[in-house]
Design a protein around this ligand. Structure first.
Ligand code: KG4
Ligand code: ZN
Length: 352
C-alpha cells in the first residue's frame, strides 16, 4: 500500500507519502505562520488562500522528491475535520479530485485521530505498534483531551477541556506580552533561563466527578500577573530586570500548564488502578504542545514513576503534518468510501 496524506485544517499545508507499514517516504509542510503573524493569530481567509496555492505543488513535490508516480498511490487520506471550514474544504476537494481521477479510495481522517497516532511514527523505519492498552494525551492549539487507546483501533475519550485548549492559552498569554504567534515555542525558549517557582498558579479544580481540564482561569491569572509586572510593554527589547522577570514568568506559566496536565493524568491513573489487569502500558503525548521540552521531561518522569513507557513523538510529528493523517488513514483504511461522499466538517469529536 502507498498512501498519500493531506492536511489543511489550520495554518499548515502538509502532504505526505507513507508505505503500508507506516514508513514515511515524504512529509512536506508549507507553514503559513509568517502570513498570519502580523495579525497575532490565524486569519481563516488567508489560510484557505494559502492552502489553495500550496496544496497541488506540494503533492507534486512529494511525488518527485521520492520518485513516486501518482499511479502507484493506492489510497488517499485527508483531514475532514475538525478545523477551519474553508481550509478543510481545500484539502478535501483536492483529495476528492485526485482520488476520483485515479479511481482509488479516499479515507476521511479526524485531525485528532491523526495526532493520537503521531507518536508511533518514526523518521526512519516502519511505525511502532500501538499497544494493546495505551493512554494518549493530545494537547494542541484547539484541543486538550486524554484518551484510552487499544490496538484494535478503539478510542475512548476520558476528558476534555471545558474552555481553552493548552496551546491556545500559550498563544493568548504570549500574545498579551507581545510575543509572536504561535506563542508556545517562544514561551518555552524564554522560560528556559527562568525560575519556575517565582510566580504561583493554583491548579484549577472543577466541581463534581470529572477529570476535565480548565485552562481559562490560568490564562486570566497569567495575564493579570503579566500586567502587574509590566510585561505587556516593551517586551521586544526588555531591560535586564524585565528580561529576568519575563523569563521567570514564562517558566512559571509553562510549569502551571504542565501541573494541570499531570494533576489530571494522576487522577485518571488512580481511578484506573482499581482494575490492575486493565492498566495501560504506555502513555503517548501528542499535539503541538507535545513539542515542549519541559512537558516532555515531566511526562517521561511521570511514566517512569508508574513503570509505563512514555511515547513521545519526534518533534516534527507534534505540530500539524500530513504523515500523521496518512498513518491514521492506514489504520482506518477499511472505512474508505466513495471520494465524492467525504464531507468537510468544522466540528468533530473523536472516540466514544
Ligand atoms: O497541533 P498543532 O500544530 O495545531 C493544532 O491542531 O492546534 O498545535 C499548535 C499549538 C500552538 O498553540 C502552539 O503554540 C503550540 O502548539 N506549541 C507549543 C510548542 N510548539 C508548538 N506549545 C508549547 N511549547 C512548544 N514548544
Ligand atoms: Zn493539530
Amino acid at each position: 500500500m502507498l498512501i498519500l496524506g493531506i492536511e489543511t485544517s489550520c495554518d499548515e499545508t502538509s502532504v505526505a507519502i507513507l508505505e503500508g507499514d507506516g514508513r514515511v517516504r515524504a512529509n512536506l509542510i508549507a507553514s503559513q505562520i509568517e502570513r498570519h503573524q502580523p495579525f497575532g493569530g490565524v486569519v481563516p481567509e488567508i489560510a484557505s488562500r494559502e492552502h489553495l496555492q500550496h496544496l497541488m505543488p506540494l503533492v507534486e513535490r512529494a511525488l518527485s522528491d521520492t520518485g513516486t508516480s501518482l499511479d502507484s498511490v493506492t489510497a488517499i487520506a485527508v483531514t475532514s475535520g475538525p478545523g477551519l471550514i474553508g481550509a478543510l474544504l481545500v484539502g478535501v476537494a483536492g483529495a476528492q479530485g485526485l482520488a476520483y481521477g485515479l479511481d482509488i479510495p479516499l479515507v476521511a481522517v479526524n485531525h485528532l485521530e491523526g495526532h493520537i497516532y503521531s507518536p508511533y511514527l518514526q523518521s526512519n523505519g516502519p511505525a511502532l505498534e500501538v499497544p494493546e492498552r495505551g493512554l494518549s494525551i493530545v494537547v494542541s492549539g484547539g484541543h486538550s483531551s486524554v484518551y484510552a487507546l487499544s490496538r484494535d483501533g478503539r478510542i475512548v475519550m476520558i476528558n476534555r477541556t471545558r474552555d481553552d485548549a493548552a496551546g491556545e492559552v500559550f498563544d493568548k498569554v504570549a500574545k498579551f506580552i507581545g510575543l509572536p504567534y504561535p506563542g508556545g515555542p517562544h514561551v518555552e525558549r524564554i522560560g528556559r533561563e527562568g525560575d519556575a517557582s517565582r510566580f504561583k498558579f493554583a491548579v484549577a479544580q472543577l466541581k463534581g466527578d470529572t477529570f476535565d481540564f480548565s485552562f481559562s482561569g490560568l490564562k486570566s491569572n497569567a495575564i493579570r500577573i503579566a500586567r502587574e509586572e509590566g510585561l505587556h510593554q516593551h517586551v521586544a527589547e526588555p531591560d535586564a530586570k524585565r528580561a529576568g522577570t519575563l523569563a521567570d514568568f514564562c517558566a512559571s506559566f509553562q510549569r502551571a500548564i504542565g501541573d494541570q496536565i499531570l494533576d489530571r493524568l494522576t487522577r485518571i491513573w488512580s481511578a484506573m488502578e482499581s482494575r490492575p489487569d486493565e492498566l495501560p502500558t504506555e502513555l503517548a503525548l501528542a499535539g503541538g504542545v507535545a513539542a515542549n521540552g519541559a512537558l516532555r521531561e515531566r511526562i517521561a518522569a511521570w511514566c517512569g514513576e508508574r513503570g509505563i513507557a512514555p511515547r513521545l513523538p519526534e518533534k516534527k510529528f507534534c505540530t500539524d503534518n500530513g504523515a500523521m493523517i496518512a498513518f491514521a488513514g492506514i489504520k482506518k483504511i477499511a472505512s474508505a468510501r466513495d471520494p465524492l461522499r467525504v464531507e468537510a466538517r468544522s466540528r468533530m469529536q473523536v472516540g466514544t
